[in-house]
Design a binder for this molecule. Structure first.
Ligand code: TRP
Length: 446
């Protein structure tokens, strides 16, 4: 006998879990370094436009499809379009979950070990922040050890079940993270020389933009909102039919965007004030933020709490990635939750090992980049945009926009989707993604 499908215990539980999925390393680690390597303010503006015209409609669409079918990512497409190949979109999502979580967990492991480094005092004033970071990620054992610990916890929570495991952790985390980020912003913007960083973050220079960076903005929008791979379909599938979609989606998108924008104000003023390079790449947050903590009274305390919160934020995102794969095996192959969590968690851990090693311990390049960067490139430039594009075509043209809109509006709260939604999901979203992907990939490989 199969246990009945779990449902979120309350409206708030869903918003918290979905926002917990969205808010993660993407908002702080990934957002800051892609803004930094793509020239700053102009990229931020494109990113915000993408959030509004692609991100919100896609969020509504994925949650609606999931709530309608009450199935995993693959099962949802099978249920809504039986005997068609559309389930492949869900399969692409499951694959993306695999790929993303493998390197995501490695970065989450960095955050955990930075918690201990902060407490241990190796990140105090005058430390070589860049050197510590490079030393850490390029060593062989420690990052893999923390990656293992992080995957073990992720797997444990998912084995315990969605509602129990997920809802609890997010309630405390989100407000605490917010408060801590605000403290960081206040310190960062009052450092002497912070003005140049604020200008970098707010004063756009559109000649900096390339197709590659616009594709990067689309990829970042999908990544940070957990879209394009059936994650929000899966979370939406645990909503009851009586729950609202459009308002919830607005909350999730709004919270996630607010955290990213605030994180930028914590990081960029400090980058310029303390003489770091905004284009430093994947280490930006890990190099800059410890330097800001070193400038704060009781910096060790704040730093430790911050990296702890960042680790938990990463955890609530990681569980949503693993849940996509696990829910599929439970629904479609009748695996038990424990079996699916353990086996898949282990496989993802294994894929993370070469990703971590490729950052310095071992030379392992694919398509001219370290394996770690290749995995990130694969999800950002191909898997998520393609998944989003196909999901939009499905909702807009196959299941049809009319049906999707009506399903989304059923038991809605304040926001009502109008014909604007149809125009976005049928034309604007798919065409924009297709154009950006095409030119972005040409740009990347030429
Ligand atoms: N959104 C998370 C972050 O910003 C990462 C994440 C969780 C994700 N689930 C996802 C990314 C699904 C893409 C797809 O850290």
């Amino acid at each position: 006998m199969k246990a009945p499908r779990e449902l979120w215990t309350s409206k708030v539980a869903f918003i918290l879990a979905a926002a917990g999925s969205a808010v993660g390393l993407g908002n702080i680690w990934r957002f800051s370094y892609v803004v930094g390597t793509n020239g700053g303010a102009a990229f931020v503006i494109i990113y915000l436009i993408v959030i509004a015209i692609i991100g919100y409609p896609m969020m509504v669409t994925e949650v609606t499809l999931g709530r309608k079918a009450h199935k995993n990512a693959i099962g949802t497409f099978k249920a809504l379009a039986p005997n068609t190949p559309w389930w492949i979109v869900g399969a692409l999502g499951v694959l993306a979950g695999f790929v993303i979580l493998s390197f995501y967990s490695v970065v989450a492991g960095w955050a955990v070990s930075y918690f201990f480094k902060t407490i241990g005092g190796s990140l105090g004033a005058g430390a070589d922040f860049g050197g510590v970071f490079v030393g850490h990620i390029s060593s062989a054992w420690t990052p893999i050890l923390w990656h293992a610990v992080f995957m073990a916890v992720t797997l444990g929570i998912i084995a315990a079940g969605v509602v129990k495991g997920i809802s609890r952790s997010v309630r405390i985390l989100m407000p605490a993270l917010f408060v801590l980020l605000i403290i960081l912003v206040l310190r960062s913007i009052t450092l002497p020389g912070a003005g140049a960083g604020i200008a970098f973050y707010l004063r756009p220079n559109f000649s900096d933009l390339t197709w590659q960076s616009i594709l990067g903005a689309v990829g970042q929008a999908f990544f940070t909102l957990s879209l394009g791979m059936g994650c929000m379909i899966t979370y939406g599938s645990y909503l009851s039919d009586k729950d609202d979609v459009p308002d919830n989606a607005a909350w999730i998108v709004g919270l996630d965007t607010a955290v990213a924008i605030i994180a930028g104000f914590a990081i960029f003023p400090a980058v310029f004030a303390l003489g770091f390079d905004p284009g430093a790449g994947a280490g930006l947050a890990f190099i800059t933020l410890p330097a800001v903590f070193a400038e704060l009274p009781a910096g060790v305390l704040f730093g430790a709490v911050f990296f702890l919160l960042l680790s938990v934020a990463a955890l609530t995102s990681a569980i949503s990635l693993l849940e996509v794969v696990v829910a599929w095996l439970i629904d479609e192959y009748n695996w038990t939750r424990t079996k699916a969590s353990v086996i898949i968690g282990l496989l993802i851990f294994l894929l993370g090992i070469p990703a971590s090693l490729s950052l310095g311990a071992v030379s392992f390049n694919i398509a001219g980049m370290p394996f770690f960067d290749f995995l990130d490139f694969l999800q950002e430039s191909i898997l998520l945009p393609l998944g989003g594009l196909l999901t939009a075509v499905f909702a807009g043209h196959v299941w049809t926009a009319n049906k999707t809109r009506e399903a989304a509006n059923t038991n809605r709260g304040k926001i009502q989707l109008g014909s604007w939604y149809d125009v976005l999901i049928k034309y604007v979203v798919p065409i924009a993604i297709a154009v950006v992907m095409l030119f972005g990939l040409i740009d990347t490989f030429s």
